[in-house]
Design a protein around this ligand. Structure first.
Ligand SMILES: *Cc1c(COP(=O)(O)O)cnc(C)c1O
Length: 393
């Protein structure tokens, strides 16, 4: 038995075919105001059911044969025993998405978009990025033989920019914020009629990221109690929910875990809308560049999921993020970039409310080597170099 797939607007419920030029609901997006999250986010709907345990590829709207043969997904889920013991939690897991091809969870979205482009004979893709989506689409695109154009804020961490250029793509830096890069890339996409992989805007970005939940379920062989998700635009968050919701719809699981959206205090648009009920644009500032977002593009959709499935939001300071980054490195051997370590900072802030035997999964979304400048603010380099051991005293 296989499924059929179509888009449905997450606001008005209208249904559409999955085509390259269908991005937002044409009706709801008419009401888009400039400084708010995207209106008319489309969701991939799975239609049908299985008489056997489906494979992950069965649940994706592009057939397996179109995916490039590259290592994306199937990342390790592991128990950091040393760290877990220190924290006093016996079922504490890391879902380590630093293991993807380009070192971040973004590869899951790029992978599905690349497969879709392949199926539709599309050769060019454009996107805006704070750094990781760009380097991800660049690397996945290189492996898939696609031409990629990236709009980055000029302040993006050097390593992410180097990574993108190294993959051989066209990088355009924007004298402005990620939000400015987002708008310019959309204008470029329309002007040159090129497929956009902008996060949330292209519905396949949400759908691609759902594979992380499908894997967590298969690896644990059960639904975890908590999943901590670092959150900027809210697309990973939406994808994490989507994966568990698909499994529930297919009758494979019977509950959705408690999902915790972790945001930086200086970039807390979703967390504050969770409290107040509406979005107001913020001037985002945080050391965790990958979750530094003034207007969370997937804000409405993310908020709806959080409310419906009783998720929670927690905000963490930059100092707490860097301390959590250090702890993950020194106690679990996992060097995560600040945004990725934010999930651990969120856990540390909430752990007194969580049962010691609960199954907790930290989503670690990006590799620490992608942004060494932030980590460098908190470490001591050796003071001087030696020529003989006597100098060690
Ligand atoms: C993109 C990203 C996030 C946040 O994802 P959103 O979909 O923007 O919420 C978190 N961590 C890393 C490493 C990322 O690259």
């Amino acid at each position: 038995m296989s499924l059929t797939f179509y888009y449905q607007c997450s606001e008005c419920g209208k249904e559409y075919d999955i085509t390259h030029d269908m991005m937002l609901c044409p009706e709801c997006s008419q009401f888009q105001k400039p400084d708010e999250p995207l209106r008319g986010i489309l969701e991939v709907i799975l239609d049908g059911h299985f008489h056997h345990q489906p494979k992950i590829s069965d649940l994706l709207p592009v057939e397996a044969e179109y995916f490039p043969q590259i290592p994306v997904g199937n990342t390790p889920l592991w128990k950091p025993a040393n760290l877990g013991r220190d924290l006093g939690f016996s079922n504490f897991y890391i879902k380590d998405d630093t293991h993807n091809l380009t070192g971040s969870l973004k590869d899951r979205a790029s992978y599905l978009v690349a497969a879709f482009a392949n199926r539709e004979n599309i050769r060019e893709i454009v996107l805006a990025s704070t750094g990781n989506a760009g380097s991800s689409m660049a690397g996945v695109g290189a492996a898939a033989g696609l031409d990629i154009i990236i709009f980055l804020p000029e302040t993006a961490p050097k390593a992410k920019m180097v990574q993108s250029i190294q993959y051989g793509v066209k990088v355009i830096t924007v004298a402005g914020s990620y939000d400015d890069a987002f708008d310019l890339s959309l204008e470029y996409s329309r002007k040159h009629n090129i497929l956009s992989r902008n996060t949330a805007y292209n519905p396949l970005t949400i759908e691609g990221k759902k594979t992380v939940s499908l894997e967590i379920y298969h690896q644990l062989e059960k639904v975890p109690d908590y999943v901590f998700v670092p959150t900027g635009d809210g697309v990973i968050l939406g994808g994490v929910y989507k994966g568990f919701r698909d499994l529930m719809q297919l009758g494979i699981i019977d509950r959705i875990p408690t999902i915790i959206a972790v945001q930086a205090e200086g970039s807390d648009a979703i967390a504050s809308a969770f409290e107040s009920g509406n979005f107001s644009p913020i001037d985002a500032h945080t050391v965790a560049d990958s979750i530094s977002v003034g207007i969370p593009r997937n804000g409405y959709y993310a908020l709806k999921q959080l409310k419906q499935y009783k998720g929670k939001c927690v905000t963490v300071s930059d100092d707490a993020i860097l301390a959590a980054q250090k702890e993950l490195s020194s106690k679990a051997g996992l060097f995560a970039e600040p945004a990725a370590a934010a999930s651990h900072a969120g856990f540390l802030k909430m752990k007194d409310e969580i049962d010691k035997y609960a199954t907790v999964v930290l989503l670690v979304t990006g590799n620490g080597l992608k942004d060494i400048d932030s980590a460098m603010t908190k470490i001591d380099f050796p003071l001087k170099s030696i020529t003989s051991l006597e100098e060690l005293g």
